[in-house]
Design a protein around this ligand. Structure first.
Ligand SMILES: [Zn+2]
Length: 279
């Protein structure tokens, strides 16, 4: 399964992730706080989700997602992020009919990126006065991109410097067991693909995920064993790798730790308690 072109993420990430990873919250304490630092939100690790349902019409095919679909996706997030210090609650949702935006285009036919979308589409804010600009709140826009390989797009936390941006999900990838939303939320919390650096820097700067070269189009759709940068055969299991839905099922401990650091330092959101491993 293809989530989105890895190239979308390579350039901005390479630029911002290096310093991000090397700066721990502890050793940066001696520095004076920057004016841009967001106030810290302590909500016991519960992230509020605002779901902006963009539709072409009132049918399911036209993007009119039933509430149960959104709730199921949030349940899946809660399952997949167990032990990370984060959980999710569907705080509000709204339907917004716009055929161009539903097809991920602006009226001129240009692909809309999530930065543009965040400026254009805030129906919840307009209609109900909801504050969707809080960097630690998660905005999801569901759309239907004409490119069948587009599964979703998660904005990295660096992008909140100027704008609140969130996650775009293609409705075709919101079916029952799809891991795509979980994957995009990983980007939203600052995680790279496990293969973004290929065989350099452990693939993603983390030593407990398996580094590999960018998976081929065939590999992205299946769970067949492949060869990692260490020369060993492996089946992809990490949410930030590309592979079949059946085998992608976990985050590593370093990824969870990095998400907590990023959320605190960049989105100003404190993780909740981490449940002890009772297995
Ligand atoms: Zn991705």
């Amino acid at each position: 399964m293809l989530y989105t072109s890895p190239l979308i993420y390579l350039t901005p990430l390479a630029a911002f992730l290096g310093p991000l990873i090397s700066a721990s919250p502890l050793n940066s304490r001696a520095e004076p706080p920057k004016a841009a630092d967001p106030p810290i939100v302590d909500n016991n690790g519960v992230i509020k989700v605002y779901w902006h349902v963009i539709t072409a019409n009132d049918t399911l095919e036209g993007g009119h997602l039933p509430l149960e679909t959104m709730r199921h996706q949030i349940e899946m997030l809660n399952r997949n992020y167990e032990g990370s210090g984060f959980s999710f609650v569907l705080h509000d949702h709204g339907y917004y009919q716009n055929k161009d935006w539903f097809h991920n285009n602006d009226p001129q036919g240009t692909l809309v990126d999530s930065l543009q979308r965040s400026q254009l589409i805030t129906p919840l804010e307009k209609e109900r006065g909801t504050n969707v600009k809080n960097p630690s709140d998660m905005n999801i826009w569901s759309i239907n991109d004409p490119n069948p390989n587009f599964g979703g797009e998660g904005a990295f936390p660096s992008a909140i410097i100027d704008e609140t941006v969130g996650i775009t999900m293609d409705v075709d990838y919101l079916q029952k067991d799809s891991p795509v939303l979980t994957h995009e939320v990983g980007h939203w919390m600052g995680l790279l693909h496990t293969f973004d650096m290929e065989c350099e820097n452990n693939g993603d700067f983390l030593s407990d995920t398996i580094a590999e070269r960018i998976p081929t189009e065939v590999q992205q759709k299946n769970c067949e064993p492949r060869i990692g940068c260490d020369g060993k055969s492996f089946v992809p299991t990490n949410f930030m790798s590309y592979g079949g839905t059946e085998c992608i099922s976990e985050f590593s401990e370093q990824q969870k730790s990095l998400m907590r650091t990023n959320m605190l330092k960049i989105r100003g959101f404190k993780a909740g308690p981490i449940a002890p491993n009772t297995a």
